[in-house]
Design a protein around this ligand. Sequence first.
Ligand code: ATP
Ligand code: LTN
Length: 334
Amino acid sequence: MYNDKKVVFSGVQPSGNLTIGNYLGAIRNFSAFSDEYHCYYCVVDMHAITVRQNPAELRRRTYETLALYMACGLDPDKNTLFIQSHVPQHAELGWILDCYTMFGELSRMTQFKDKSAKNADNINAGLFTYPALMAADILLYQTELVPVGIDQKQHLELARDIANRFNQVYGETFVVPEGYIPREGAKICSLQDPTKKMSKSDTNENAVVRILDTKDDIIRKFKRAVTDSDNRIIFAEDKPGISNLLTIYSCMTGKTIEEAQAQFNGMGYGDFKIAVGETVADGLAPVREEFARLMADKAYLEQIMKQGAEEAYRNARRTMSKVRRKIGFTEIKH
Ligand code: ATP
Ligand code: LTN
């Protein structure tokens, strides 16, 4: 904490077109913190290259992710919006924290296991040490709170362990962060396999609803959503498809699951799926419009990137100089 406000940090990878999972589990909740906290919302391009990216696409998606942050209501004057690779301290602290993170800890990360299974021909060292870089992102700004979906809980616990370990050896250096996982929407599931999380890099387009999909596409995907063979619209463990649709509907409308169940009581699955699709498409329409407006002005986005990087850099430098001193690096005056 460098001024009187506590710090919030979160990041999204520019590794694909963002989904309603990214929206409901993460980005949509970000703006709630903007008044009370100093918020850093980062486009984590250095994380994205742990899997092979097409350079032109990575560049375009980095702009798009920044524009989406803003289209989802993040005001660049009230939040520090920036690109990870523009602030070199992320890599610097990432390396240092690698040296305080154990092989055994990294081997237990489920995201590493999943992604190495999916990218068997490219299990690189960065994919393995990724959680230490994520810890660096967070600890660099003395973050108190990290709003993320539930899939990031394990990485967050590791970031806390790394912070505690470092503090124990060198004395208080880092604030130990807490996760903020929303009560609803923390795990939006795939429309084709509702036992798995919806992932922006899924290759089955019908499984994933993207924030920028057209209304027709959104409704078509919901119509094809996998459900089950009976016809009751209730939230239950043995009905993952219907439960997922109810969760999405409830997150989009602010209604409770009970209210949603009551509203759809007696309706057939076909009509129910269309109703959820329409709600999602209409709810996202303003985001889509604002996104298109922002993407048409690249110079403005670049100005926001610059402003965010400068602000982040100033605060990141303070933590780095403390860390360097504590571990015994020499310093020269410029
Ligand atoms: P990838 O498929 O490339 O691994 P991803 O879809 O998991 O990407 P990230 O950039 O890794 O997206 O995640 C950004 C944020 O969105 C994180 O806070 C993550 O927890 C959240 N998130 C991602 N998918 C979901 C989901 N299906 N439900 C809820 N939150 C999600
Ligand atoms: N690991 C996250 C993205 C991420 C992040 C962060 C989230 C990188 N650094 C710092 C919160 C805080 C992911 O894959 N969703």
